[in-house]
Design a binder for this molecule. Structure first.
Ligand code: TNX
Length: 503
């Protein structure tokens, strides 16, 4: 079989199950969401209506499977998907779609054809519970419809977390009712004084955009319908120049700043005043209201301490609290936000730099700097989601070559991301590793087209690394040849196996 990710086990027979215009579909009421999705996913390309009724495709409730596990069996006469939870049934339905001809992935009908799937028995469950992808919509805004399309793409690969990096130096992309200037001012940046051209350190063009709260509600519910949880990120206390541009009283300098127009780690960080803490507590109140998922990320990465070390109020804070250094000041500041989230029943996520000033309790760590940080966090008793830059950053190029996009970081090849293992070598506390995320940082990804090119096919390889216990790269490549036809049908502009696009 040619599905991606590969199932835990599958046996194929010689016959096939052929769909007709009258093939019925029935689902246990407890698993109705998979049935609804399957009907609307298949109808446009295949014309199949799958009317309600027994004797065709059945989505059956069984006891004792994990929530995301399923079994699928197709004979010449029937197709049965068994699951204990809605998510498992949904993944069974996703597998069923991949068993059809790739033309089933089109958005509309092309030719008349017979739709069939092979006789098959599949038993399947994921290796990791957190199978995520970060999309940085702050450096370059991703319009809502493009983001919805990505949610479908994540779900088609059985990925279940979308980490939305909503704020950064170069843009604030989330409407906050109480502080309208965050988007009015903070979501737009001017042409860089350095010039409007693509460059390693800047992208001079004016740029902007943001999601309204209604957009967010739509995105969150669209994702939930596809068993994708949206984890919002409000990056604090660094990566905040766009917020400071909107409300200069949040910064340390007392002078107005522009939304940033170049890349790299910025010096401008939040001040540690009570008013600033109150401001972001209000922001988190609206974030909590908009995002029903358990996890909310409050950042904590790449916070230069220069401004705090030079600031009288920051030094006074450290003295008054008996803190040794500015790293501990950052932990003190972040603890307000992480404790606030915990008190409201949410799980705060923070990047692994927080280890430097002592991790606030109850924080799930986003380990991006590598397995050593992941292991330290796990040994300190924290849950960890890993996304090591050298292995899972999809803004890094997939090969050397002049036609590849701006060469930042190192090469992350299809082969290397396929071999990725989230658990740091020798770690006893394996259970602390919830899973992993691939990351699409977008300093140099300025269009949905380029996002496709950077994401695929590596995201398909990453998805298999997250889902499938047993992996075989050569076998993956054989299946990828078919999967590319699915991506073609969906209109995904992946990087072709033969080399880069000429544009
Ligand atoms: C590091 S990973 C960052 C991002 C950049 C990325 C570029 C992390 C927490 N911070 O701000 O976009 O590298 O690869």
């Amino acid at each position: 079989m040619t599905t991606i990710p590969a199932p835990a086990s599958a046996t194929i027979g010689d016959g096939c199950f052929t769909f007709t215009d009258t093939t019925p579909l029935t689902a246990d009421p407890a698993l109705d969401r998979a049935a609804g999705w399957l009907r609307q996913a298949l109808a446009p390309a295949t014309g199949l209506q799958l009317p309600e009724g027994p004797g065709g495709v059945e989505i059956r409730l069984v006891e004792g499977l994990d929530p995301e596990a399923y079994r699928l069996s197709a004979t010449t006469r029937s197709v049965v998907i068994e699951a204990t939870g809605q998510a498992g049934a949904f993944y069974g339905a996703q597998t069923l779609r991949q068993l059809l001809d790739p033309a089933a992935f089109r958005a509309g009908r092309t030719a008349d054809r017979t739709w069939s799937i092979p006789e098959i028995t599949v038993s399947d469950a994921p290796a990791y519970g957190w199978r995520g992808c970060l999309i940085d919509v702050a450096r370059h805004f991703l319009p809502k419809n493009d983001l919805l399309r990505y949610i479908d793409l994540l779900a088609a690969h059985k990925l279940n977390v979308l980490h939305l990096h909503l704020t950064d130096d170069q843009g604030w992309r989330l409407e906050i009712r109480k502080y309208p200037k965050l988007t009015k001012v903070g979501s737009w940046r001017r042409e860089s004084p350095l010039g409007a051209r693509r460059h390693r350190m800047y992208d001079g063009r004016p740029h902007g955009g943001y999601y309204t709260q209604d957009d967010i509600r739509e995105i969150v519910s669209y994702a939930a319908d596809r068993f994708v949880t949206v984890v919002p990120e409000i990056d604090l206390p660094g990566h905040t120049q766009a917020a400071i541009a909107a409300y200069p009283e949040l910064g340390n300098l007392g002078t107005p700043l522009d939304v940033r127009t170049d890349w790299g780690v910025g010096e401008n960080v939040l001040n540690v005043a009570d008013e600033t803490i109150a401001f972001f507590t209000d922001v988190l109140d609206e974030v909590i209201e908009l995002f029903p998922g358990e996890y909310i990320c409050v950042g904590g990465d790449e916070t230069p301490k220069t401004q705090w070390n030079a600031s009288v109020p920051a030094k006074e804070r450290m003295r008054e609290l008996g803190l040794r250094d500015a790293d501990e000041l950052q932990t003190w500041l972040m603890r307000h936000f992480t404790d606030y989230l915990l008190a409201r029943g949410r799980k705060p996520v923070g990047w692994d730099e927080l280890l430097e000033g002592g991790l606030p309790p109850g924080v799930t760590v986003g380990a991006w700097r590598g397995p050593t940080c992941a292991a330290m966090a796990a040994r300190a008793g924290h849950d960890v989601v890993v996304s090591p830059f050298a292995e899972t950053y999809l803004d890094f190029r997939q090969a050397e070559g002049e036609q590849e996009p701006v060469p930042i970081g190192s090469v992350t090849s299809l082969r290397s991301i396929y071999a990725f293992d989230p658990v740091p070598p020798g770690l006893a506390e394996r259970d602390r590793i919830l899973g992993a995320q691939a990351a699409l940082w977008t300093e140099h990804i300025d269009s949905p087209r380029l996002l496709d090119y950077m994401a695929f096919p590596r995201l398909a390889a990453f998805a298999e690394a997250m889902w499938s216990e047993e992996r075989d790269f050569d076998d993956f490549l054989v299946r990828l040849a078919v999967h590319e036809k699915r991506l073609d049908a969906l209109g995904v502009e992946y990087r072709p196996a033969g080399g880069p696009h000429p544009w």
